[in-house]
Design a protein around this ligand. Sequence first.
Ligand code: ADP
Length: 376
Amino acid sequence: MTKDDVLNALKRVKGPDLDGNIVELGLVSEVVIANRKVYFSITVPPERAEQLEPLRKAAEQVVSDLDGVDHVGVVLTADAPTGQAAKPAAPAATPKPKAPAGGPGGGGQSAGVPGVKHIIAVASGKGGVGKSTTSVNLALALQANGLKVGVLDADIYGPSMPRLLGISGRPQQAHGNVLSPMEGYGLKCMSMGFLVDEGTPVVWRGPMVISALTQMLREVAWGELDVLVVDMPPGTGDAQLTMAQQVPLAGAIIVSTPQDLALIDARKGLNMFRQVDVPVLGIIENMSYFLCPSCGERSNIFGHGGAKNEADKLGIPFLGEIPLHMDIRETSDAGQPVVASAPNSEHTSIYRAIAEKAWSSIGSSGAKAAPSINIQ
Ligand code: ADP
């Protein structure tokens, strides 16, 4: 499958007003093909982005139907006036990450955040695997292990950190455009949930999402942090790829459940980070086995161990397994994550052991030592 095959398929998709086709109208960005995955963007007038979702879907469909395509990432982009926001999300899949505008040229890494020593992303191939629950408990566990920790909730559409950490209210202005982070259980935290009222649907174009994320990263007075944990949006699409590129990540952690399907998705997550040269620090298997809340008996109802096998196969560290347990869910729902509310529990020691492993692999990964993988 070649770029021409993709463009030929896309010629079947009509333009916004049903005249011509999106290729001949010059609306399709460069097409990036990586490992049976295809990424591109379609330029549309910003005010019509929502209305033109069917066009995006149609483009996604015709390319998905091609032989040799496993995944298609299509975003609608608008020609934003200036700065990074103008960068369409899709070309994020190009092999060499670019430094942000104004940043140090040629380094291939985006500029760091002053005061923040390491930034790690927690990602998953799909939603509902417990990524946010794991992020918050991992952050608390890193803190319990003696580190200064912050959490950036990068899920613009479905922020969960305010709820998980039981924080409400609005961030104060620190100085100029810079906001003070909120704080819960000693963790510094920033989330779109603090800035947008709950229940307000956020329908944003790709570039706006990216600029919101960079602002939450760079226009927040994080102070001195050993580690900032970024709870990534679920999935492995363009927003995630761009995010992974915009943030100077020391490494990424993939959360997966034991089911095969989820593992396939986890693999997508791995590839995503490898494409942008971010070392994968390891896989955590969440909801790994069922711990009966009344008798404490352990049952491997989900074919436990899949993530470990997969990690071994891929040569990636396996960071540990977290049981499926009512206490983990109930404490999260109540805004009292288990590591904070039950510091001496078995769950907490599991999270702390995982945090220790993850932290030691940040040191040993050498941050930028990941091999460069040519995806073409
Ligand atoms: P994601 O961020 O991947 O969408 P969440 O962290 O929101 O997932 O978790 C989805 C649901 O699963 C939540 O209700 C959460 O409380 C629950 N959950 C997550 N991990 C566990 C676990 N180990 N045991 C029990 N419930 C869990």
